[in-house]
Design a protein around this ligand. Structure first.
Ligand SMILES: Cc1ncc(COP(=O)(O)O)c(C=O)c1O
Length: 413
C-alpha cells in the first residue's frame, strides 16, 4: 500500500499537469463591445458590423494565463504611480532573445518603445532628413510605406519577386534602386504578408549592400517568435558585424502572446553611436518610458509563456493547413502562400479573374468576410487578400464555407 500512495499521487499530478498544460484554442470568445479593433471597427471600416473578422493582426485566443494573473495581481495593489522597468524585465527579454533566437544582447542595447510602428516613425525622424529616401520591399506591412510618406520622405520600392510560390528579395533591383538620397531600409523579418523567414544568406546580402551604401536598416522582428519549424528566425543583427553595427531591431511580445493592446515593444541597438542618438531622441519626449502593465506583461510572457506559445503555434499551423487543403479541394483558383512564420495567410486570388474592387466585394458583400485587401500592402498586392488564421478553427471553417458559396453563386470557382 505504501508504494501505491506515491504512485497514485504521481499519477494525479501528471493528469493535473496535463490538463493545466492544455490551452483551449478552440474556445470562441465574443470580442464585440470590448473596443477590439477587429470586431468593433467592422462597421466603420467595412460597412457591416457582422462580418467574420479575419483582418487586423491580432489573435482571438486568450493570452497565456501568467500574463493575466500578473496584471490582476498588480492591479489589486491599487496604486498606479510612476513606474520604472525592473531588472527582472530586462533579464526576461535578454534570456528570451538568447534562448529563442541565439542572440546575446546587452541590457544597455534595449529601450522600451511605445509600439513598433511608432518606433519606425521615430527612426525616420531621428536618422533621415525630409528630402531623403526610405527603401521598402513590397508587398509589405502597409505602415512601412505610409509612415515615411507621412513624414515627407520619399519611398523607394524594391519589390519582392515570386519564385516557386514564395517571395524572394531582389538584390540586383535593390542595388539599382539605391542612390545617394537613400538613407534607410525597412526590413520585415519575418515577412508580413508573405510569411517568409529570411535566410541568413539573404539577410547577409542585404546587410552588405546597405552597409556599403551607408543605408541604416530597421529590422522589424515582431513576428520572429512565430516561425514554424524547420524555419528558424535569424535576427538581422546576428548575420555579420556590419549588420549589427548598422541596424536598429524592433521586437515585442505583442504578436507572440496576443497582447498588442498592452503595447510593450522595444528596440535593440548594438551600435553605441546610433543608440545614443536614438535614445536622446526618445528622451526628448520621454518616449522611452513604459507603463506598469507593459513591463509586467512582457516579463510574465517571456518568463512563463513558452509552453503556451508552442501550443499556439501548433494550433495556428493546423489552421493554415486546413485553409490550404480546403481551398485546394473547394476553390482551387485561390492559392495559399504557405507562411513560414505567423498567423497571416496570403491568398493569391488572381485566377478568379476579378478586378480588385470585385474581389473585395466578393469577400465583404457576398461571403460576409473581413480580410485585408492585398493592395494595401503596396506593389504586388493586386489580386491578393490576407487572411488571419489566429482564430478558432470553427471560425475559419465557417468563413471558408461562406467563401465557397459566394464563389459558386458567382460561378467563378
Ligand atoms: C510587421 C509588423 N510590424 C509592426 C506591427 C505593429 O506593431 P505595433 O503594434 O507595435 O506598432 C505589425 C502588426 O501587424 C506588423 O505586422
Amino acid at each position: 500500500m505504501i508504494f501505491y500512495i506515491p504512485l497514485f499521487s504521481y499519477f494525479c499530478t501528471f493528469i493535473t499537469f496535463k490538463i493545466k498544460m492544455k490551452y483551449n484554442f478552440d474556445e470562441i470568445i465574443d470580442r464585440k463591445g470590448t473596443n477590439a479593433l477587429k470586431t468593433d471597427a467592422l462597421g466603420p471600416r467595412y460597412g457591416n458590423p457582422d462580418l467574420i473578422p479575419l483582418w487586423v493582426a491580432d489573435m482571438d485566443f486568450l493570452s497565456p494565463p501568467a500574463i493575466t494573473e500578473a496584471i490582476i495581481e498588480r492591479a489589486k495593489h491599487g496604486i498606479f504611480g510612476y513606474t520604472c522597468a525592473s531588472q527582472a524585465y530586462y533579464d526576461a527579454i535578454i534570456n528570451w532573445v538568447d534562448k529563442k533566437h541565439d542572440w546575446k544582447t546587452e541590457q544597455e542595447w534595449l529601450t522600451f518603445v511605445p509600439g513598433i510602428v511608432k518606433g519606425i516613425a521615430f527612426v525616420i525622424d531621428c536618422f533621415t532628413a525630409k528630402d531623403q529616401k526610405v527603401i521598402i520591399q513590397p508587398p509589405v506591412y502597409h505602415p512601412f510605406r505610409i509612415i515615411p510618406a507621412l513624414h515627407h520622405r520619399r519611398v523607394v520600392d524594391n519589390p519582392l519577386v515570386l519564385k516557386a510560390g514564395q517571395y524572394n528579395m531582389d538584390l540586383d533591383g535593390l542595388k539599382k534602386a539605391i542612390d545617394s538620397k537613400c538613407r534607410l531600409l525597412i526590413l520585415c523579418n519575418p515577412h508580413n504578408p508573405g510569411g517568409r523567414v529570411w535566410t541568413r544568406r539573404e539577410l547577409a546580402d542585404i546587410a552588405e549592400i546597405c552597409y556599403d551604401n551607408n543605408i541604416l536598416v530597421i529590422s522589424d522582428e515582431i513576428h520572429s517568435d512565430l516561425a514554424f519549424t524547420p524555419h528558424k528566425h535569424t535576427p538581422f543583427a546576428c548575420v555579420s558585424e556590419k549588420a549589427a553595427q548598422n541596424s536598429i531591431t524592433f521586437m515585442a511580445p505583442s504578436k507572440t502572446f496576443n497582447i498588442a493592446g498592452i503595447v510593450s515593444s522595444y528596440s535593440i541597438i548594438p551600435n553605441k553611436e546610433s543608440r545614443e542618438k536614438f535614445n536622446a531622441y526618445l528622451a526628448g519626449s520621454e518616449l522611452e518610458e513604459g507603463h506598469i502593465f507593459a513591463y509586467l506583461a512582457a516579463q510574465a510572457a517571456y518568463e512563463h509563456g513558452s509552453e503556451w506559445l508552442d501550443e499556439a503555434k501548433d494550433y495556428i499551423r493546423k489552421n493554415i493547413t486546413f485553409v490550404d487543403e480546403y481551398l485546394k479541394k473547394n476553390i482551387p483558383r485561390i492559392k495559399v502562400m504557405l507562411p513560414q512564420a505567423s498567423f497571416l495567410v496570403w491568398l493569391d486570388c488572381r485566377e478568379l479573374g476579378l478586378s480588385q474592387t470585385e474581389l473585395v466585394s466578393l469577400f465583404v458583400n457576398d461571403a460576409k468576410l473581413a480580410l485585408n485587401d492585398g493592395t494595401m500592402f503596396g506593389q504586388g498586392g493586386e489580386g491578393y487578400m490576407r487572411l488571419n488564421a489566429g482564430t478558432p478553427l470553427a471560425n475559419i471553417q465557417k468563413a471558408l464555407d461562406n467563401l465557397k458559396k459566394a464563389v459558386k453563386t458567382r460561378q467563378i470557382g
